[in-house]
Every structure is written in structure tokens, then in C-alpha cells.
Design a protein around this ligand. Structure first.
Ligand code: ATP
Length: 236
């Protein structure tokens, strides 16, 4: 079963082509990575999948659903969660209010309350700080909050844009543990990262994008041993 299937995705900003005819799949229950340098087109790819920026796409399917003309709001309703680059938590709102905003497409009922309890179980620190303003959280805690907020919509597929950005090595390990746990629970993941080491550990296979195109695609295990990848993306 395929969770997400994308064919022929192209993004232009004026005359600049940021993503060129990109095709990939996320098999159900698997984690797929997209690595690449600054400006390679990773963020544009995720935003384009979510329908947050104008794009051309030949085919965009979530399971059996054709989402090639679906608005970003309905993407969430259909089961795609999105954790944006830079977290974008609502700093002036309490932690719990931020989480509830992630459930905007759902009714406030026993099921939604159960999801909130699951998020607090996954991130105990968010439970402890539920009444604190999100702006008072550390960078790592804000990243947990951004992931928790996306989980509040009960996604089938989670898109994550550079969750390790700006975090200490210890917190990157914490993020890895969270991703492995979510994957273990059957959630499908599409992880965009500059941190290739984290990505190879969190995913089963990866695309390497350069200038908006797929330069390489293989299992994460093979890529992490590839001499070119080791030199460019792992600095070895
Ligand atoms: P980063 O790691 O910095 O987020 P990225 O791989 O996510 O990089 P994108 O942000 O998708 O790359 O950018 C791809 C290309 O599109 C770059 O050349 C970038 O300068 C350009 N670009 C991105 N956003 C815009 C925009 N709003 N207007 C014009 N050009 C843009």
C-alpha cells in the first residue's frame, strides 16, 4: 500500500524553477527522507505537496484519494499532518491552546481528548507546561510542540520540515527517538532534512535532491555508505 504518491511535481517562483518534475512515493507505514543542501528545493517540495504554494503536479494521491486539486486545509482533513520549518508555534498562546489549534478540523469530543492525552504521553514535558505560553519554551520543546500540534489532526502521513534545525545533538537524538516511535506506531513519514545522519537513521529510503531534481535515490542504508554522499552530506 502506498500512503503518498507524487508524480511530476514542479514549482516555479517567477522565473526560478525550485522543483523540477519530481516523483516519489511514501509506502504506508514507512519513513522516506529528502536530503539536500540549502536551497535544493526541499521546503518547496513539502509546501507544494500541502498545496501551500502554487505548483504543477501530474498526480498527487493519498492512498486511493486524488488530492491534486485539494486545498491545504482539506489536506489536513484527509490525513496529512505538516510540521513547518522553524516550528511556527503561536508564542503568545499557551501550549495546550497551540495543540488544540492542531485539531481545528475535528470536533471536541472523547476521541480528540484521547489524542491530546496521547500527545502528552509522547511528550510529557508538554503536559507539564500545558498552561505556559509557547514562547516560553526552549527550541527543542517548541519543536516537540510543533510535532504534537500536527499529530492532533490524527494524520495518516506526517510531513516534517527540518525538525532538527538549531537543536543540540542531544535534542536531535530526542527527535530521532520520537520519529522512530511514530514510525513504529504505523504512521507514514516524509522527512525533509539537512541533517543526513538523522535522516538515514530515521528512514528506510531517501531522495537526494540537488537544484530541484532527484540526484540519487536509494535505501538509507546504501546511501549512508555511498562515498559521494559521505563526502558531501556527512562531511566524512
Ligand atoms: P533550505 O534548507 O534553506 O530550507 P530548501 O532545500 O528547503 O532550502 P527551498 O527553500 O525549497 O530549498 O528553495 C529552493 C529554491 O527556491 C532556492 O533557490 C530558493 O532561493 C528559491 N525560493 C524559495 N522560496 C522562494 C520564494 N518565496 N521566492 C523566490 N524564490 C524562492
Amino acid at each position: 500500500m502506498t500512503a503518498l504518491s507524487v508524480e511530476g511535481l514542479t514549482v516555479h517562483y517567477g522565473g526560478v524553477c525550485a522543483v523540477r518534475d519530481l516523483s516519489f512515493e511514501v509506502p504506508a507505514g514507512e519513513a522516506i527522507g529528502v536530503i539536500g543542501a540549502n536551497g535544493a528545493g526541499k521546503t518547496s517540495t513539502l509546501k507544494a505537496v500541502m498545496g501551500l504554494i502554487p505548483r504543477k503536479v501530474g498526480k498527487l494521491r493519498l492512498g486511493d484519494l486524488d488530492l491534486s486539486r485539494t486545498s491545504s486545509r482539506d489536506m489536513v482533513r484527509h490525513g496529512i499532518g505538516y510540521v513547518p520549518e522553524g516550528r511556527h508555534v503561536f508564542a503568545g498562546l499557551p501550549v495546550e491552546k497551540n495543540l488544540l489549534l492542531g485539531a481545528y478540523a475535528r470536533k471536541w469530543n472523547a476521541e480528540t481528548r484521547a489524542t491530546l492525552a496521547e500527545v502528552y504521553e509522547l511528550f510529557p514535558v508538554l503536559g507539564e507546561m500545558r498552561h505556559r505560553l509557547a514562547g516560553a519554551l526552549s527550541g527543542g520543546q517548541q519543536q516537540m510542540l510543533a510535532i504534537g500540534r500536527a499529530l492532533m489532526s490524527r494524520p495518516r502521513l506526517l510531513l516534517l520540515d527540518e525538525p532538527s534545525m538549531g537543536l543540540s545533538p542531544k535534542l536531535v537524538e530526542d527527535i530521532l527517538a520520537v520519529l522512530l516511535r511514530l514510525r513504529g506506531e504505523g504512521l507514514s513519514l516524509l522527512l525533509v532534512e539537512q541533517n543526513a545522519k538523522l535522516t538515514f537513521e530515521a528512514t528506510s529510503s531517501c531522495l537526494v535532491v540537488e537544484n530541484g531534481e532527484v540526484a540519487m535515490r536509494d535505501t538509507s542504508e546504501k546511501l549512508r555508505h555511498d562515498p559521494r554522499v559521505r563526502q558531501i552530506y556527512l562531511g566524512l
